[in-house]
Write a protein that binds this ligand. Structure first.
Ligand code: AP5
Length: 239
């Protein structure tokens, strides 16, 4: 079954709660978040994308985040959390949202727990479904060095596993594809170390809460999508 078939085959629930995608850089969070967001018509909230947009627009937040992101470190919690609160406060989050790249420190996870407990979405307080994509180190390296993306519509490609039809060009809009500045090998290695230090502990954090679901992120994009939808539309999604 292709991703499109999987996406078309199952009925869309009226409202789903918050979905959190966990995983190392390159695990496929962005790729899957876009597919899931399209399936349910809910927003994909990628803190990396919001920060990159701020950098591109030269905002105060962008100026503070730029050098940190180029080094592969994490932007400070007290800059990221208000940014997320601002985004989650918008009406389009009322019937669910998918978080891609947040939380990624225990401090951010504790903050998010308090935030979610303090407000209702579509009239109900919803516990998040947390899905962790597990991918080995060598596969992560190959995915990150091979990643290209469209600066106009955000579509993600990979020169090894998901090449565009015409080399270097977006299939949807024809724009020239770009490589992210932090996808250079020396920065990738820092990002992966930072992931091990700061984000990996969240797997245990959510396991202890009983919210964690594991998906083998090394499977094909279509298989990962299928398993992700199974989690969201299974008992875990009926909160
Ligand atoms: P962010 O943009 O969040 O990057 P990341 O977490 O490092 O994750 P990536 O976007 O690199 O990978 P992904 O898992 O989305 O993989 P993708 O789907 O693209 O963060 C960037 C920076 O911003 C951070 O370093 C930090 O400085 C800052 N930041 C962001 N959030 C923050 C926060 N909460 N707190 C503090 N700082 C924060 O896939 C990768 C490649 O693999 C693609 O080419 C894709 O085509 C391919 N691929 C995907 N799935 C598969 C598959 N199943 N099989 C084969 N190939 C696949």
């Amino acid at each position: 079954m292709t991703a499109n078939t999987a996406l078309n085959a199952t009925p869309v629930p009226a409202a789903i709660g918050p979905v959190i995608l966990l995983g190392a850089p390159g695990a496929g969070k962005g790729t899957q978040a876009k597919l899931v967001a399209a399936r349910y018509g809910i927003p994909q909230i990628s803190t990396g994308d919001i920060l990159r947009d701020n950098v591109a627009r030269g905002t105060e937040l962008g100026k503070k985040a730029d050098s940190v992101m180029k080094s592969g470190a994490l932007v400070a919690d007290d800059l990221v959390q208000p940014m997320v609160a601002d985004r989650l406060g918008r009406l389009d989050c009322d019937h669910g949202f998918i978080l891609d790249g947040f939380p990624r420190t225990v401090g951010q996870a504790e903050w998010l727990d308090k935030y979610l407990a303090s407000r209702s979405f579509g009239g109900r307080v919803r516990r998040p479904v947390v899905i962790n994509f597990d991918v080995g180190y060598n596969q992560l390296l190959q995915r990150l060095t091979g990643r290209r993306s469209c600066p106009v519509d955000g579509k993600i490609y990979n020169i090894y596993s998901q090449p565009p039809q015409k080399e270097g060009m977006c299939d949807s809009c024809g724009s020239p594809l770009v490589q992210r500045k932090d996808d250079r090998e020396e920065v990738i290695s820092e990002r992966l170390k930072e992931y091990g230090r700061q984000t990996l502990p969240l797997v245990d954090y959510y396991r202890r809460q009983g919210s964690l679901h594991e998906v083998n992120g090394e499977l094909s994009v279509e298989q990962v999508t299928r398993q992700t939808l199974d989690v969201i539309e299974g008992p875990a999604g009926e909160r």
